[in-house]
Design a protein around this ligand. Structure first.
Ligand SMILES: Nc1ncnc2c1ncn2[C@@H]1O[C@H](COP(=O)(O)OP(=O)(O)OP(=O)(O)O)[C@@H](O)[C@H]1O
Length: 594
């Protein structure tokens, strides 16, 4: 219960921050509705008694009172509805904004790669929308309902103190309703994994991107079958939860139904014996019906409040998980690299896993150099890059820039000095200029900067195919958006990575996989000239991950990563002469081209 109260209180605070005036108005209207409806019952009783006694004036007055109270109740309810609907929508918007901020709130990636985080986020994505105005309605209605219940109780006690037991009979449905909601909540959590899987498979089966592979591999039926199986599994879990919850809810309602019949009979018996008027019978029937409606709404409201509480506590969990960096920031981000970046005894295991992905890594990336990393799939190349970009900090050992521990530098400030292009680049469906320009926001509006970046990325050619050049809208989410090929998207992403003209570290983690070997070679040859020029000025390091030895051989230093360790390091000539792993891999690829 306390969690529900806390969740409701938090929602109230949000509504207050959004628009206090509307919140107060909605509350007043709710209160009016809550008072008007129970008061219409004694007015109806008076109307009945006046009619039975033949008092036309009294009956007319009572009829006006009944009409006024019923209309007041309906009108107040209607306007309150408009206000809490709007407050609810705004609350959802605010919470979604917070969720976006949280998802991007940590400079690290850890939370994005945690399965429990993914589960919570999956639940939150659907719950925030579903519980938006529903939560606001439940919250405000609960306050009105409390007043209505008290008033109804007072009126019932006035008839016969035993009738006070009627609201008490409302307790079993309430308690069992809560249990039912907890059962459904647990089922929802258990189904989250299958839901996520089904959603992934649904996107896989309906997105344009995977369509080719699905057809070529003949996977359509398999994906459909797996989607159906995940969905059925999730539905079965939810269904069994709903079923058990249904049994609990019906049991509670039955208890109340028995009490309702008993209360009515109590007053009817007195009326038959002449101790009560017909109006009193009407009063108890009307009030008992209202208590029934109140109990039903109390259960629904409580369920919604519990759901809101769950959403709020999930949000609190996400807030706690997306923590800022643990290490205190003590050093400023460097303005240039004088000596280089060093890894000293670095080991790394992904959070939540035991297996070290990197171990005993000692290496130096000299200032002003071009460094290539090669190695088999899964060797640990991208993980090295992630440490350099500060998506993670080393589990053991230290990464230093000119002797300064990188973990003590503010991650965001360091990243302003880093430019990066990744294999799994994003397709920002913006204008072409923006798609590239977001690589360096301060320069997003500068055509010169965008064109220079595209030149550095060897990607100016993409513009020739676009009707409006830099002003072309890209992507299928716009009706007239230009459709690009995989290689064109990748070239623009490369341009984005090159927006920062003089980064201290440029990381290119297989961002050219969609280009042919010749195009990649030419790109790096051209970029290397620019990188050396910048490197002489600022000591900038260019780090390149590639499987293509024709490109790799141009680097000043080549690191061969195997099994999470740096197996070999040196220039192309040195490594070939050594006759080790690099020489073997190089010879294999060269032979394939001969
Ligand atoms: N988020 C993660 N959580 C747990 N393990 C991970 C995660 N990301 C990568 N790994 C594991 O770390 C190891 C190294 O992965 P990494 O991506 O660094 O390899 P790579 O050399 O870049 O491979 P590739 O050439 O295929 O891109 C792999 O065994 C991979 O399974």
């Amino acid at each position: 219960m306390s969690r529900s109260v806390l969740g409701a209180f938090e929602l109230l605070r949000i509504a207050d921050r959004i628009d206090r005036g509307k919140l107060v108005l909605a509350l007043v209207l709710m209160l009016l509705q809550a008072l008007a409806l129970p008061l219409s019952a004694p007015a109806l009783a008076a109307l009945t008694d006046s009619a039975v006694e033949g008092d036309a004036r009294g009956a007319a007055l009572a009829a006006v009172a009944v009409a006024a109270l019923v209309i007041a109740s309906l009108t107040a309810g209607h306007f309150a509805h408009i206000f809490y609907f709007e407050l609810g929508d705004l609350a959802v918007m605010r919470l979604e904004r917070e969720l976006i901020e949280l998802a991007n709130g940590s400079p690290r990636l850890e939370h994005h790669e945690r399965p429990d985080y993914a589960d919570k986020l999956q639940v939150l994505r659907t719950e925030l929308h579903r519980s938006g105005w529903g939560s606001m309605q439940a919250l405000l209605s609960s306050l009105g309902l409390a007043v209505a219940i008290v008033l109804t109780g007072v009126l019932l006690a006035g008839l016969n103190p035993w009738l006070l037991a009627l609201p008490l009979a409302a307790l079993p449905p309430l308690v069992l309703g809560r249990r039912a909601e907890a059962v459904v909540g647990r089922a929802r959590e258990r189904a989250a994994l299958d839901n996520r899987r089904a959603r992934h498979l649904f996107l896989l089966a309906t997105d344009a991107g995977p369509a080719k592979e699905l057809r070529v591999c003949g996977l359509t039926d398999e994906v459909r079958a797996r989607h159906a199986s995940a969905w059925e599994h999730a539905s079965a879990t939810l269904w069994s939860g709903e079923l058990r919850a249904g049994v609990l809810r019906v049991s509670g309602q039955l208890v109340f139904a028995v009490a309702y019949v008993a209360a009515t009979l109590l007053v009817v018996r007195d009326a038959v014996a002449g101790r009560r008027t017909v109006g009193d019978v009407v009063l108890v029937i009307t009030l008992a019906a209202q208590v029934n409606a109140q109990v039903t709404s109390a259960v629904t409201i409580l369920q919604q409040l519990q759901r809101t509480a769950r959403t709020m506590s999930d949000l609190a969990w996400v807030r706690a998980v997306v923590r800022p960096a643990r290490t205190a920031v003590t050093a400023p981000a460097p303005e240039r690299v004088r000596d280089g970046i060093t890894f000293e005894g670095v080991a790394f295991a992904y959070p939540g896993t035991e297996r070290p992905v990197l171990a005993d890594v000692d290496l130096t990336l000299p200032a002003g150099s071009t460094v290539a990393i090669v190695g088999e799939n899964g060797a640990g190349k991208t993980t090295l890059v992630k440490l350099l970009c500060r998506f993670y900090d080393a589990t053991e050992g230290t990464v230093r820039v000119d002797g300064v521990d990188l973990a003590t530098v503010d991650a965001a400030a360091w990243r302003e000095r880093v430019a990066a292009g990744f294999q799994d680049f994003s397709r920002f469906e913006l204008l072409a200029r923006e798609n590239v320009g977001v690589g360096d926001l301060p320069d997003i509006g500068s055509d010169d900067a965008v064109l220079a970046a595209l030149r550095r990325a060897h990607a100016e050619g993409v513009l020739d195919r676009l009707d409006d050049g830099l002003d072309t809208q890209l992507g299928t989410s716009h009706t007239d958006g230009a459709q690009l090929s995989g290689g064109q998207w990748q070239k623009l992403a490369l341009g984005r990575a090159m927006m920062r003209e003089a980064p201290l570290l440029l990381v290119l983690d297989e961002p050219t996989s969609a280009l042919d070997a010749q195009a990649e070679h030419e790109l790096f040859e051209r970029y290397a000239v620019h990188a050396r020029r910048v490197g002489e000025r600022t000591g900038a390091i260019t780090l390149l991950v590639s499987h293509r030895f024709s490109t790799v051989r141009m680097a000043d230093l080549i690191l061969v990563v195997a099994g999470g360790r740096v197996a070999e390091a040196g220039s192309h000539a040195e490594l070939v002469a050594r006759g080790g792993l690099y020489a073997e891999l190089f010879e294999l690829q060269a032979a394939a081209y001969r």
